[in-house]
Design a protein around this ligand. Structure first.
Ligand SMILES: [Zn+2]
Length: 118
Protein backbone atom coordinates (compact mmCIF):
# COMPACT_ATOMS: atom_id res chain seq x y z
CA UNK A 1 0.00 0.00 0.00
CA UNK A 2 1.31 3.42 -0.86
CA UNK A 3 0.70 6.82 0.59
CA UNK A 4 -2.85 8.08 0.04
CA UNK A 5 -4.80 11.21 0.87
CA UNK A 6 -7.44 11.12 3.57
CA UNK A 7 -9.67 13.51 5.43
CA UNK A 8 -10.61 13.06 9.03
CA UNK A 9 -11.52 14.67 12.29
CA UNK A 10 -13.38 14.40 15.55
CA UNK A 11 -16.98 13.26 16.01
CA UNK A 12 -18.73 16.63 16.24
CA UNK A 13 -16.79 18.11 13.31
CA UNK A 14 -15.01 21.00 15.01
CA UNK A 15 -11.64 19.37 14.39
CA UNK A 16 -11.01 18.58 10.70
CA UNK A 17 -7.80 17.69 8.89
CA UNK A 18 -6.31 16.41 5.62
CA UNK A 19 -3.46 13.93 5.70
CA UNK A 20 -1.32 11.84 3.37
CA UNK A 21 -0.54 8.58 5.06
CA UNK A 22 0.63 5.06 4.28
CA UNK A 23 -1.71 2.71 6.10
CA UNK A 24 0.38 -0.39 5.44
CA UNK A 25 1.77 0.11 8.94
CA UNK A 26 -0.85 0.94 11.54
CA UNK A 27 0.26 0.55 15.12
CA UNK A 28 -1.93 -0.94 17.84
CA UNK A 29 -0.20 0.24 21.01
CA UNK A 30 -0.63 -1.35 24.43
CA UNK A 31 0.36 1.67 26.53
CA UNK A 32 -1.90 2.95 29.30
CA UNK A 33 -3.71 5.59 27.25
CA UNK A 34 -3.99 3.65 23.97
CA UNK A 35 -5.48 0.69 25.84
CA UNK A 36 -8.23 2.87 27.25
CA UNK A 37 -8.85 4.89 24.11
CA UNK A 38 -8.55 2.08 21.56
CA UNK A 39 -6.50 4.28 19.26
CA UNK A 40 -4.82 2.91 16.15
CA UNK A 41 -1.92 5.04 14.96
CA UNK A 42 -0.36 6.06 11.67
CA UNK A 43 2.63 8.39 11.95
CA UNK A 44 3.32 11.17 9.46
CA UNK A 45 5.66 14.13 9.24
CA UNK A 46 3.99 17.53 9.84
CA UNK A 47 4.25 18.48 6.12
CA UNK A 48 1.85 15.61 5.32
CA UNK A 49 -0.78 16.97 7.70
CA UNK A 50 -3.04 19.99 7.39
CA UNK A 51 -5.33 21.01 10.22
CA UNK A 52 -8.33 22.69 8.55
CA UNK A 53 -10.34 23.59 11.63
CA UNK A 54 -10.30 23.26 15.39
CA UNK A 55 -6.81 24.45 16.34
CA UNK A 56 -8.28 26.94 18.84
CA UNK A 57 -10.63 24.39 20.38
CA UNK A 58 -8.13 21.53 20.80
CA UNK A 59 -7.42 20.62 24.40
CA UNK A 60 -4.10 19.09 25.39
CA UNK A 61 -3.62 16.11 27.68
CA UNK A 62 -0.15 15.12 28.77
CA UNK A 63 1.17 12.54 31.19
CA UNK A 64 4.32 10.57 31.94
CA UNK A 65 7.32 12.02 30.14
CA UNK A 66 5.10 14.72 28.64
CA UNK A 67 6.60 14.27 25.18
CA UNK A 68 3.30 13.66 23.40
CA UNK A 69 0.43 16.11 23.19
CA UNK A 70 -2.71 13.98 23.29
CA UNK A 71 -5.02 16.56 21.75
CA UNK A 72 -8.76 16.13 21.90
CA UNK A 73 -11.94 18.01 21.11
CA UNK A 74 -13.59 19.29 24.31
CA UNK A 75 -17.02 19.16 22.70
CA UNK A 76 -17.17 15.48 21.70
CA UNK A 77 -14.12 14.17 23.55
CA UNK A 78 -12.54 12.53 20.50
CA UNK A 79 -8.78 12.62 20.08
CA UNK A 80 -8.29 12.42 16.33
CA UNK A 81 -4.54 13.11 16.27
CA UNK A 82 -1.60 13.78 18.57
CA UNK A 83 1.58 15.79 18.24
CA UNK A 84 4.84 14.27 19.33
CA UNK A 85 8.52 13.85 18.64
CA UNK A 86 9.94 10.89 16.74
CA UNK A 87 12.97 8.79 17.72
CA UNK A 88 15.07 11.10 15.50
CA UNK A 89 13.99 14.15 17.51
CA UNK A 90 11.86 15.55 14.69
CA UNK A 91 8.20 16.55 15.15
CA UNK A 92 5.72 13.88 14.18
CA UNK A 93 1.95 13.76 13.87
CA UNK A 94 0.21 10.62 15.10
CA UNK A 95 -3.07 10.13 13.30
CA UNK A 96 -5.83 8.19 15.00
CA UNK A 97 -6.69 5.98 12.03
CA UNK A 98 -10.16 5.37 13.48
CA UNK A 99 -10.91 9.06 12.82
CA UNK A 100 -10.24 8.95 9.06
CA UNK A 101 -13.39 9.36 6.97
CA UNK A 102 -14.74 6.14 5.50
CA UNK A 103 -11.94 3.98 6.86
CA UNK A 104 -12.54 0.23 6.97
CA UNK A 105 -10.67 -0.82 10.10
CA UNK A 106 -11.22 -4.53 9.39
CA UNK A 107 -9.23 -4.20 6.15
CA UNK A 108 -6.10 -2.90 7.89
CA UNK A 109 -3.14 -4.96 8.96
CA UNK A 110 -2.41 -3.94 12.52
CA UNK A 111 1.12 -3.99 13.89
CA UNK A 112 1.36 -4.51 17.64
CA UNK A 113 3.47 -1.87 19.39
CA UNK A 114 4.78 -2.43 22.92
CA UNK A 115 4.33 1.11 24.20
CA UNK A 116 3.67 -0.17 27.71
CA UNK A 117 7.33 -1.09 28.14
CA UNK A 118 8.90 2.04 26.67
ZN1 LIG B 1 -15.52 17.26 18.36
Amino acid sequence: MAEKSYTGGCHCGQVRFDVSADLSKVLACNCSICTKRGTLWAFVSPDKFGLRSGEETLTDYQFGKRIIHHLFCPECGVGSFSRGVGPDGKPVIAINVRCLDGIDIASLKLTPFDGKNM
